[in-house]
Write a protein that binds this ligand. Structure first.
Ligand SMILES: Nc1ncnc2c1ncn2[C@@H]1O[C@H](COP(=O)(O)OP(=O)(O)OP(=O)(O)O)[C@@H](O)[C@H]1O
Ligand SMILES: [Mg+2]
Length: 269
């Protein structure tokens, strides 16, 4: 299996302060990897560094190979072709992915048209519209025609996240990076979106980098986990091993907290 994403000794600094230090992991084709850790542990920065989109003022060191291309120190225009072909992203708040001033159908259509042109496929209005409705259907949005004609503020948060996932899928990425994709949603909608992501990743044989602070959520979504704390990796391995025999104190406390939450739910009336 070749690595789609290979991170070696990644560091991220801001004004002399080290935010992420010596992070190394890789994601192979078709593999599902979880990145977990408490708030502020460096999960999102690691994901942004992986796609070369660190905020202004932050500097990455080390090596990030994405689809075989070096991301650290690369010019943005050299990275643009990778985003949307090798990798697509879904973030916590779907409104960040969606333009509030454009109807859902048009936004998904733009992504579909870019992909069609890239692959030298027909990009006439009829073909694009058919694919947009098909994508909205695949992310299980009810009444795709109505949703396509809606503004982002006219649909629910869960529906917006489904639309954002449809946009990410439109470019047929090999790797999907999902940064806390369900955190802003209620528990039932969270479970539905997780099921959807799991199904799409399997069906399309995509690799997944799934970021979450929520241990049970990660455990169900991935094969292997990397645990971050204060910007460093404290543990990594297969999901079963890390959760059943956590070796680091911090992972042990995460697992214990998740267990006591589960137990509390079981004894709740
Ligand atoms: N633009 C920035 N400039 C300076 N420091 C930043 C910047 N963005 C993030 N940080 C700091 O870097 C650290 C890691 O942030 P990051 O967003 O990666 O955390 P996270 O693990 O994703 O947390 P959460 O679970 O809350 O999303 C934090 O201490 C944060 O305050
Ligand atoms: Mg984050």
């Amino acid at each position: 299996m070749s690595s789609l994403l290979s991170i070696e000794g990644l560091s991220i600094e801001a004004g002399g302060q080290t935010l992420v230090s010596d992070v190394s992991f890789s994601v192979a084709s078709g593999e599902r990897l979880g990145l977990i850790g408490e708030s502020g542990s460096g999960k999102s920065l690691t994901a942004l560094a992986a796609i070369g989109l660190l905020p202004e003022g932050l500097r990455a060191g080390g090596s990030v190979l994405l689809g075989g291309k070096q991301v650290v120190g690369a010019r943005d225009r050299d990275l643009v072709p990778l985003r949307g072909t090798t990798v697509a992203t879904v973030f916590q708040e779907p409104l960040t992915a969606l333009d509030p001033l454009m109807k859902i159908g048009r936004q998904v259509a733009e992504a579909v048209r870019r992909r069609a042109r890239r692959d030298g496929q027909p990009s006439d209005e009829t073909t694009i519209t058919r694919e947009v409705l098909d994508l909205l259907d695949q992310v299980a949005l009810p009444q795709p025609e109505r949703i396509a004609k809606s503004w982002p503020h006219e649909i629910s948060g869960g529906q917006r996240q489904r639309a954002a996932i449809a946009m990410a899928l439109a470019c047929r990425p090999e790797l999907l990076i999902a940064d806390e994709p369900t955190t802003a949603l209620d528990v039932t909608t969270q479970a539905e979106i997780l099921d959807l992501l799991g199904r799409l990743v399997r069906e399309r044989n995509m690799a997944l980098l799934f970021i979450s602070h929520d241990l049970p959520v990660v455990a169900n979504a991935v094969d292997r986990v990397v645990v971050l704390r204060h910007g460093r990796i404290v543990e990594q391995g297969p999901v079963g091993t890390v959760f059943q025999q956590p070796s680091h104190d911090y992972t042990q406390s995460l697992v214990a907290a998740a267990r006591s939450f589960d137990n509390a739910l079981e004894i709740a009336p």
